[in-house]
Design a protein around this ligand. Sequence first.
Ligand code: ADP
Ligand code: MG
Length: 343
Amino acid sequence: MSHAPDTAPLLSVEGLSKTYRSGRRLADRLTGRPETQVRAVNNVSFGIRPGEIMGLIGESGCGKSTLGRAILRLHEPTSGRVTFGGTDVTALSDDEMKAMRRRMQIIFQDPYASLNPRRTVAEIVGLPLSLHGLAKTPAEARDITAAIVEKVGLKTAHLDRYPHQFSGGQRQRIGIARALVSHPEFIVCDEPVSALDVSIQAQIIQLLTDLKREMGLTYLFISHDISVIGYLSDRVAVMYLGEVVELGPVETVLSNPRHPYTQSLMSAVPEVDRPGHKARVRLTGDLPSPLAPPPGCKFHTRCPLATEICRHKAPVSETVGAGHTAACHRLHENLSVPEAEPA
Ligand SMILES: Nc1ncnc2c1ncn2[C@@H]1O[C@H](COP(=O)(O)OP(=O)(O)O)[C@@H](O)[C@H]1O
Ligand SMILES: [Mg+2]
């Protein structure tokens, strides 16, 4: 699964930011309070090599979906650049971007919300074929659609049914078929198993890893579940309040997390506790509001290791090992967040 570090990236993200204008509430308008802005993604950079699975992990609300959508320009980035297969996708016209989406697709978390309830499976899965002119006749479109539907583990008898006639796992298979029918090279998998029963999650993860191998795909795989990320990723990026705070080969980051946030996330998950380490670190407090992120290091309000400098100066990302980077003022002290008393 791993790839030589010098392989040119298929996808590169450079200084990508996305700020949402949050709609003014009535009270704000009456009092003349200015519109607020949410910095959902702030200056994120990384590359994904061909055939790689890059995991993206972080708490709910930290900007994972926004990053995935900004890469595909489903939400227009505020600044920064995305290059795919040598093309600057951030510079493409709307029409050129639509054409590029044949090669860059997304699988959503909620397979029910993302499938049109009034369309049959054949119509839903076949839509990208007509959007991109990939079938010459309706019969050819039907054949291509039937083939991909079977490839994701459904039957051709399912083609004329509607989304509500399927289970959650089957609906996610429909979403996967729709993403794959145009034979893309890159897929953003945005928490594709998070809404599914645990028993179904393993089947869908297996399907996604099989399809990745058979179809030569590259994934950005978003999850808040470290065990899922650990199971299937080659590398992992850890996000906190819109920023990547640690990135590296998945075995390295999970066995030797260097950022106090990664350490806290890891120790909250019993399955990935290192042998002999059963105690947990409490990740105290809630994620601060991205409307008013803390100054300095954004993690300082919850970091057990925070000192004065962390409160006013943002740390920069530094190399801490082969292909492993982290952004923390105290990296060189080799500290670990203290573990909480066992409950
Ligand atoms: N369309 C939007 N308009 C305004 N704010 C948004 C929008 N989408 C997401 N946000 C905000 O951006 C932040 C990051 O959200 P999101 O990317 O969905 O996080 P995650 O996927 O990690 O849970 C959150 O504070 C969220 O409320
Ligand atoms: Mg999300």
